[in-house]
Design a protein around this ligand. Structure first.
Ligand code: AP5
Ligand code: ZN
Length: 210
């Protein structure tokens, strides 16, 4: 199965993609995670995108498209994948349609108030990529990853100003993809506001109907 998870920052795309990928043996491809890993490893790519991610702007299309295309060509994607956070512009969506045949695009719908609540309490394990929330999905030991024990951190772009800017960028650049995919009969709406287990159950039901 080849899926795109579309939605504003903090909608729960990464959380749901992580669970679904494990259960259905799909590859979880998060462009945000790829960029953050490059920043952590201080690669050339990382140096280029560090400031962009911290501010909440988008990485240029050309660079992002080339990176995803290359990733999708790897053998581990044979059983299918979840694209989390890509495409984010019409240009990216047009490019993707050239090299992928999607089964569906899931639109994670959620209010701005809930987004801010989720992002301001998010903690992440940088190496494993596991995502927590201090209130809604806390780790077993405060500040530590459940499996590796690594120290949890706050993402650079989860500061108030960057959250606000990311929401603006989402509205102007990414939200138009909702109509783009709806007009192609590829869009499936998911109410992303309930608790994690309820959202996941609804997601599985939706996928059964594809
Ligand atoms: P990216 O990493 O994709 O960030 P994003 O889209 O802003 O989304 P988030 O990761 O913030 O949210 P999410 O929906 O994954 O929510 P999560 O599951 O973590 O991109 C980062 C940056 O990289 C961009 O700003 C840009 O610079 C660059 N970039 C990436 N892709 C790009 C592209 N295609 N083109 C150009 N630039 C690109 O959940 C959030 C919190 O809520 C967590 O704490 C979680 O525990 C909690 N939570 C989850 N579900 C629930 C629930 N149901 N109930 C309560 N809490 C929940
Ligand atoms: Zn994410």
């Amino acid at each position: 199965m080849k899926l795109v998870f579309l939605g504003p920052p903090g909608a729960g795309k990464g959380t749901m993609a992580g669970k679904l990928a494990l259960e259905k043996d799909l590859v979880h491809i998060s462009t945000g995670d790829i960029f953050r890993a490059a920043i952590r490893n201080e690669t050339e790519l990382g140096k280029k995108v560090k400031g962009i991610l911290a501010s909440g702007d988008l990485v240029p299309d050309e660079l992002t498209i080339a990176l995803v295309q290359e990733r999708l060509e790897q053998k581990d994607t044979a059983n299918g994948y979840i694209l989390d956070g890509f495409p984010r512009t019409i240009t990216q969506a047009d490019a993707l349609s050239e090299f992928a045949n999607l089964n569906g695009v899931i639109n994670f719908a959620i209010s701005d108030t809930e987004v801010v609540r989720r992002l301001s309490g998010r903690r992440v394990a940088p190496a494993s990529g596991r995502i927590y929330h201090i209130e809604f999905d806390p780790p077993k030991t405060a500040g530590k990853d459940d499996e590796t024990g690594e120290e949890l951190i706050i993402r650079d772009d989860d500061k108030e100003d960057a959250i606000k800017h990311r929401l603006e960028v989402y509205r102007s650049q990414t939200q138009p993809l909702i109509d783009y995919y709806r007009s192609r009969d590829q869009l499936h709406d998911l109410n992303a506001s309930p608790a994690p287990d309820a959202v996941y159950t609804a997601l599985l039901q939706l996928l059964d109907s594809l």
